[in-house]
Unconditional design. Structure first.
Length: 442
């Protein structure tokens, strides 16, 4: 059982890239919860740990937190896969090599406060001096590492990803979704697919390329048991602290443009698009309902609706829902009420998941799950596994999808999937299959 770690403020800022390269070279089980390249706000956490199970019985109010210390001061870092949540909800699932999720009990952490420009060392009382000394020695000898940049993708012709569905198949699945919606079986379905890149990949270099190209406030690298999750996720699934639970679902995506006027027009069109607004508010209502299962009556609020957030590769339509947890609510109860996230299922949730099982025809795995930390004090910060790559000995996989409503246009939905998958594949030195990458679609 992980324990609360002691924290010590370091005398000077230490570059996260330098700490990460130093630590991952020596340790097999490591994590980097990354606020993004050149982040000026938020926290990042780099550390190591031992494989452990996430305790469902941990209360969200397990202990009081100290606002003067880093928000994560010991606990668990890892991921939950989609199939684990779907099975717990009672719908059929395909067998998955990732089922059950994977977690580390954190033993040594470096916390980066990007607002204050401060770095903290965290370890148990017996190991804090040794850990602080090791960081100081690393910092003194790693000036060249601190300024390093990711290497270029492999030279030669780019790899061509293998698609689970071709464009015609995926467009046909979109039409089947619309038929289900017309029949009243669902009113939104988050249809997904997968792109695979077989072979050997260097997860560290791939992640550094991914974060440089598409920095996001919930980026991350988590390596457990020989499998690495690399994420540039812009979507916060769940945040809980001092009794307040927050979720920030994303529904609605547009590509960025190098032309400033065209880029602004894309953002404006996203903000006003009736289909995207309807899709977004459906998930807001679903998340309000999910949170109501563990929150005090009357405390559920929509603090932001249809807000356009812009990232290097895409514009996103984001909403924010909050609520106050019932006293004694556990991590397990919160996940039972909310996971898998409505933004990755559709609505009604159980009906949507059951139909998506039939339509997609294979497991999603870690994609469409969540990752992040759960603290020993019950505070947590979990992001959606989207815009992400999973790498193991067999190769790399990238999931992508989109919410389908009655108003969906199949060609536009296919193009949206291509937009979402393009940057993670580029970090792997890969490109979309020919039809998926067609300019006609994109």
């Amino acid at each position: 059982m992980p324990e609360r770690l002691r924290a010590r403020l370091l005398p000077a800022w230490v570059e996260p890239v330098a700490v990460f390269r130093w630590l991952e070279a020596a340790e097999s089980e490591v994590f980097w919860l990354d606020a993004g390249a050149d982040a000026r706000t938020g926290w990042s956490f780099i550390g190591r740990g031992t494989i452990a199970e996430l305790p469902a019985a941990l209360r969200l109010d397990a202990a009081s937190s100290d606002a003067t210390l880093p928000p994560f001061s010991g606990g668990w870092v890892g991921w939950l896969d989609y199939e684990s949540g779907a099975r717990a909800a009672g719908v059929p699932v395909f067998e998955s090599t990732t089922e059950g999720g994977a977690w580390l009990g954190a033993t040594h952490v470096v916390a980066f406060d990007h607002d204050a420009g401060q770095t903290w060392a965290l370890a148990d009382a017996d190991g804090l001096d040794t850990w602080t000394d090791a960081l100081a020695a690393m910092s003194a000898s790693a000036a060249d590492v601190a300024s390093s940049r990711p290497g270029a993708p492999p030279t030669g012709a780019p790899l061509i990803a293998e698609a689970r569905h071709d464009t015609d198949e995926y467009a046909g699945l979109i039409q089947r979704c619309r038929e289900l919606i017309r029949a009243g079986i669902a009113y939104q379905l988050c249809l997904t697919t997968r792109f695979s890149v077989p072979g050997t990949h260097d997860p560290v270099e791939v992640y550094l390329r991914l974060r440089a190209a598409t920095p996001a406030h919930h980026g991350g690298f988590v390596r457990i048991g020989g499998r690495a999750l690399l994420s540039a996720s812009p979507e916060q699934f769940l945040h809980a602290e001092r009794g307040v639970i927050r979720t920030r679902p994303i529904k609605g995506t547009r590509p960025r443009s190098a032309d400033a006027a065209q880029d602004a027009a894309l953002a404006a069109e996203l903000a006003e698009n009736p289909k995207e607004r309807a899709e977004n508010v459906m998930i807001v209502d679903l998340m309000r309902n999910d949170l109501s299962r563990v929150c005090e009556p009357g405390t559920i609020r929509v603090d932001g609706l249809w807000v356009v957030e812009s990232y290097p590769a895409v514009h996103q339509l984001v909403s924010t829902v909050t609520g106050t947890a019932v006293a004694g609510t556990t991590v397990g109860a919160l996940l039972d009420a909310t996971f898998p996230a409505g933004s990755m299922t559709g609505a009604p949730k159980l009906s949507a998941m059951a139909r998506l099982h039939d339509l997609e025809g294979a497991a999603r795995g870690v994609y469409a799950g969540c990752f992040g930390y759960v603290g020993v004090d019950g505070a947590l910060d979990l992001a959606m596994v989207i815009r992400s790559i999973v790498i193991d000995a067999e190769g790399a996989v990238v999931g992508a999808g989109g919410g389908i409503t009655w108003g969906s246009d199949p060609a536009a939905e296919v193009a949206e999937v291509a937009t979402k998958a393009r940057a993670p594949l580029a970090a792997l030195g890969a490109v979309l299959p020919v039809l998926w990458g067609s300019d006609i679609l994109n």
